[in-house]
Design a protein around this ligand. Sequence first.
Ligand SMILES: *Cc1c(COP(=O)(O)O)cnc(C)c1O
Length: 475
Amino acid sequence: MPTPPLAGGPTGPTALRPLLHTVLDALHTGATHRAGPLPAGGPEAVAAHVTQTLGNPLPDHGTGAEEALTTLTTLITAGAADPADPHCAAHLHCPPLALATAADLAASALNPSMDSWDQAPAASTLETLVTRALAAEIYPHATTATTHPDALVTTGGTEANQLALLLAREHHGPVRLLTGDNAHHSLHRAAWLLGLPTPVTLPAPGGTLDPAALDRALTDLPGPHLVAATAGTTDAGLIDPLPEIADICDHHHTRLHIDAAYGGPLLFSPTRRGRLTGLDRAHTVTLDLHKLGWQPVAAGLLAVRDPADTTPLGHHADYLNADDDTDAGLPDLLGRSLRTTRRPDILKTAVTLRALGRTGLGTLVDTVCHLADQLADAVQKHPALELYDRPAISTVLFRPTHTTDTQLADIRRQLLHQGRAVLGRAQLDGRLWLKATLLNPHTTAHDLTTLLDTITSTGNPPHPPVEPAEGTTTP
Ligand SMILES: *Cc1c(COP(=O)(O)O)cnc(C)c1O
């Protein structure tokens, strides 16, 4: 076999072009073959098909680029849970924009690595400029003549939350984390990973952190503390009362982190950004553009109001940031992440921001929020469905009436098994709910109707609302 061509350099595109045609054809074939949001048959059938098609993952002699790309791209496409299908609406799993995906191809072809300037000369400047612009969006009033807010690129909300806890610990010592019971699990994991005191979980009645409980906890428990509020909860898409929480933190001189992994992009919408009032009072803010930002994974950020807070991440490795190189003007990038080799994930985001502008992104945000309102309306009007609450962002929770939690969980799995719909689940107010996270701006009102029809026609025949008590015999 001749030496396979490379993706970069002046001849890279020539080598890539026919391969891309192959991949695009396979994406088309696979999606047509699936004809639904996910493959039918459930885990065993899908695993058997993948195992059989793949055969030996490392054959002695390869099949060549054309065959390998066709077979495996078709396989993974036909077997995908595709968020571009309107009935795939779980986990804040977003359909990436074509333009962002195309930009990601360029990132792969060039393969800059963001750990030293000599691996990413232009990409590192691009990252600096775009992260500063996004940080300024979150902290519009924090720029002064001598300092400007900054943002660190992460693999997602999990890594951003970890960094937030790490920076708090480096600043204040072993902080005790206080969160609502609506907070993302990654915050607790980060506290565990960093060896911090056991976090305190506060009540979140109705789905948002109770400020009075927070005030009491900060009064009663010895510090140092870190409060983490949420703007866009994973379960219900609710926003904690940020101004009140920020006031309480000010009163107790406590550091505040806001996990806006989901809700952060409301900032782009002129009519919805007001819901994030108070966001800029946090010391750090998590943002995930692979949710309400339509980026391919990964596109996380941790915005930091005072860039001096990131100093503890500074690190020295002679082969990446030798002092004399830094003195001679080569930018030192190592302190911008805990990772070393790192993809230029900022490129796709930079392309998206430039192509759509704030207005274009805001319109996308408004579109999916409006779809959530429409779905909530349809649920409320439906005689066989019950709505949890009006959506705050683009998450709608609902359930068929007269259904037990066990039956509801079974309906969700049946839909997955039949390849008909991907919905999430959430336990709230002591009951289980189906969760639709609407992130597809191409979804239509008709798609929402057919989604509800699919759900109501699935599962067990309607059961009487009252189950016979234990021990009684049914005639
Ligand atoms: C999704 C989510 C996270 C985790 O983000 P990943 O990108 O999955 O690591 C953290 N916090 C909230 C509120 C989220 O919704």
